[in-house]
Write a protein that binds this ligand. Structure first.
Ligand code: 13P
Length: 260
């Protein structure tokens, strides 16, 4: 039996100045210091990466970025590369978040280039997929997610796929308070795992961690984590308060043993 260690990730989006991020990280670090069987990651804005890296030292809290650019360096005003993120202390990078697809022209093709750059830079990519409300209403959820996976992961080899994390974030559930039910999430997570078997084979599919994102709160995490194919969460709003975020992390401890 393969066990998948839960990962709870906080996407801070465009919230928290450096000093605020430092305070939040210090509080979080002390709240989760006894938890060893859950991976915790926070993705602050770029401007707070350095202070969060420092505040998270010697803790179970890993650092992630919210995006990157695919070139390593060059005349690309405003962009940040994988080597820059690694040097800042990041081990993870979120790629293809729906807000980047919606507001910043991210496509499956740019997502694919970014995933390759992240892997090249020794970062763990967290690939975000998910359908809009209209797509769900038109029963396009599976076809949308399938295309996002297929095109986003085009040409990525086995060692790369072994490092990948996928986050299923239905757009209609992000920041709306409308969480997908555990059953709705499980159905898509199971589908994602099947697609990953087609893309990378059985062993990749079995070990892949698939996170759910969209209005995750302390009150709904246990129900989500009880599902076979839900291995963690990508949390937005509820990760901006240390006590609330810790209230999502703690119920995920001592769960891994039960999952196939
Ligand atoms: P909320 O948890 O605020 O719904 O955001 C989810 C998300 O987009 C995480 O990346």
């Amino acid at each position: 039996m393969t066990k998948r260690k839960p990962l709870i990730a906080g996407n801070w989006k465009m919230f928290k100045t450096g000093p605020e991020a430092k305070e939040l990280t210090s509080r979080l670090k002390s709240l989760v210091s006894d938890i060893v069987d859950v991976d915790v990651m926070v993705a602050p804005p770029f401007t707070a990466l350095a202070v969060v890296a420092e505040a998270a030292q010697d803790s179970v809290v890993y650092l992630g970025a919210q995006d990157l650019f695919w070139e390593t360096e060059g005349a690309y005003t405003g962009q940040i590369s994988a080597p820059m993120l690694t040097a800042a202390g990041c081990s993870y990078v979120i790629i293809g978040h729906s807000e980047r697809r919606q507001f910043f022209g991210e496509t499956n093709e740019t997502v694919n280039r970014k995933i390759k750059a992240a892997l090249e830079g020794e970062l763990i990519p967290v690939l975000c997929v998910g359908e809009s409300e209209a797509q769900r209403d038109n029963e396009q959820t599976f076809s949308v997610v399938k295309t996002q996976l297929k095109e986003g992961l085009e040409g990525i080899d086995t060692p790369g796929l072994e490092r990948l994390i996928v986050a299923y974030e239905p757009i209609w559930a992000i920041g709306t308070g409308k969480t997908a039910t555990s059953e709705q999430a499980q159905e898509v997570h199971e589908f994602i795992r099947k697609q990953m078997e087609t893309i990378g084979g059985n062993s990749i599919a079995k070990t892949l961690r698939i996170l759910y994102g969209g209005s995750v709160k302390p009150k709904n995490i246990a129900g989500l984590m009880a599902k076979d194919d839900i291995d963690g969460a990508l949390v937005g709003g509820a990760s901006l308060d240390a006590d609330t975020f810790a209230g999502i992390i703690r119920p995920c401890s001592h769960l891994a043993e039960g999952k196939a």
